[in-house]
Design a protein around this ligand. Structure first.
Ligand code: G3H
Length: 478
């Protein structure tokens, strides 16, 4: 079938021997938009083999040359922002403007990573032995960072390009090879991005991209003996992967239920703006979206009114028209969101807008007076539905935040920096934002989650370090 996008192995675009394909459904039209190859386990084996041998040579390629190639890939990626963004619009219904931003941000990330890599990998450590009791100065230790080998990167549908390059670039600069398994929704955008790396001229077999059904090749990839590290972003699948993976380093960024705690002295206009941006951008399909608002009762009425006024101004429709709210990624996702909404309705939440859905398109919805017995108080809708819980003390807010099985980010709005610092210390999340909505970027900031939100820390510097190992050589003097 000539319409099926090829997968990438040994620097060639190939048709799978399976003869099968996987369809990508456009979330807006709910019709098949693209098809990708359904790769076989033998094809995965082949990719692993070439990744292993390519890595050996790549690790010996001078660091500055690796950086040069990454800078080249970054420039090509930015040049091709339009066609890649178009795929994002069609595959994951990302608003057109945001889709372009994702690609540009990705190019910047790759360049920054190349620069950061030459700095942090360009230096090692020198230690002498006589600082430890009982030793003379007869041992010199030289420690430097070496690559891990083959990195398996599995990004999610919501940033198929950006969360792929945030794994690819650190892996490559550190001297690893890379096998990419893109999400099905977003696979074609990812293949286009890989093509930019292809054009930059990386050595044969260093980067591969296999597409296919998770049920056929998912476990096979994550449990493959040729994989030396897995970097995964997504949902519950990550928990399953971490149980099945072998004795290799794992970098996991899973869900979040980021709370926004609003104190009585907060600038309520600032809060309302951040709730809109944090809760509804890309229709709430971000792990760092504001997913529950915890407001002090005394300011709740005023804030809810301000947010309601802003929700009324959000545009709803197709991503091609740059609407604020676009269809969620799949019908099953829309059904799940609807289930949370119906549960809240049955249990007496206040609907600030009428619930409305057409296909995968769900109108933005603010639910006031949500109580802890409602599913929406704890579960992640990954859609444009935001619960408000009214609290009578800051402690109540902190308690709700810490009782969550997630611990990605959180935010506090107050004019009192001392209070903000104390609350930040008490919140058990990977990051706390003071007076702003949660966000991963700038992309060199550390990014991590506690509990079910993840393993390890990301951000450019942390990812480079995570994808390396320390190697020591000790010189023993006579
Ligand atoms: O969906 C998870 C992403 O890591 C969030 O990134 O804060 O830039 O939207 P973002």
């Amino acid at each position: 079938d000539a319409d099926v996008f090829k997968y990438y192995s040994e620097n060639e675009w190939k048709v799978s021997s399976s003869g099968k394909s996987v369809s990508i459904i456009n979330p807006t039209t709910r019709k098949t938009q693209y098809k990708v190859q359904a790769c076989t386990q033998e094809e995965v084996n082949k990719v692993m083999e070439s990744a292993k041998s390519a890595q050996k040579i790549w690790a010996k390629t001078p660091l500055w040359k690796r950086a040069e190639l990454l800078h080249k890939a970054a420039a090509i990626l930015k040049e091709h922002k339009a066609p890649i963004a178009e795929c994002l619009v069609k595959e994951v219904a990302k608003p057109a403007k945001d889709a372009v931003t994702e690609v540009v941000r990705s190019g910047d990330l790759v360049s920054y990573c190349a620069e950061e890599g030459v700095r942090i990998l360009g230096e090692g450590k020198f230690l002498v032995s006589d600082s430890f009791p009982g030793n003379d100065r007869t041992k010199y230790c030289l420690a430097s960072k070496i690559p891990l080998g083959v990195i398996l990167a599995i990004p999610p549908f919501n940033y198929p390009v950006n969360l792929a390059v945030s794994k690819i670039a650190p892996a490559l600069i550190a001297g690893n090879s890379l096998v990419l398994k893109p999400p099905t929704q977003g696979a074609v955008a990812a293949l286009h991005m890989v093509h930019c790396f292809h054009l930059a001229g990386f050595p044969k077999g260093l980067i591969s991209c296999v597409t296919g059904k998770g049920s056929e090749i998912g476990d096979f990839l994550t449990m493959h003996p040729g994989v030396n590290c897995i970097s995964f972003t997504g949902g519950d699948t990550g928990i399953a992967i971490s149980k099945k993976a072998g004795m290799i380093p794992l970098q996991m960024e899973l869900g979040g239920k980021d709370a926004c705690i609003v104190l009585e002295d907060a600038d309520l206009d600032l809060v309302a703006g951040n709730i809109i941006k944090g809760g509804f951008s890309y229709s709430g399909q971000r792990c760092t979206a504001v997913k529950v608002v915890l407001i002090m009762e005394s300011v709740a009425d005023t804030l809810v009114e301000k947010v309601k006024a802003k929700v009324a101004k959000l545009t709803v429709g197709p991503p091609e028209d740059n609407c604020d709210i676009t269809p969620v990624v799949s019908e099953s996702s829309a059904n799940f969101i609807e289930g949370l909404v119906m549960d809240a309705k049955q249990k007496g939440a206040t609907f600030c807008q009428e619930y409305r859905r057409e296909g995968n398109l769900i109108w933005p919805l603010l639910l006031d007076n949500v109580r802890p017995d409602m599913r929406i108080a704890w579960e992640e809708p990954f859609g444009p539905v935001l619960p408000v819980i009214r609290i009578n003390s800051v402690e109540e807010g902190i308690h709700h935040c810490n009782a969550s099985n997630f611990g990605l980010q959180g935010s506090i709005f107050t004019r009192d920096i001392n209070k903000a610092m104390l609350i930040s210390d008490a919140m058990e999340t990977g990051t706390v934002q003071i007076n702003s909505a949660p966000a991963r970027g700038p992309d060199h900031f550390p990014f991590q989650g506690l509990r079910d939100s993840g393993i390890g820390s990301q951000g450019i510097t942390n990812s480079i370090n995570m994808m390396t190992k320390i190697k020591s050589t000790v010189i023993n003097l006579p």
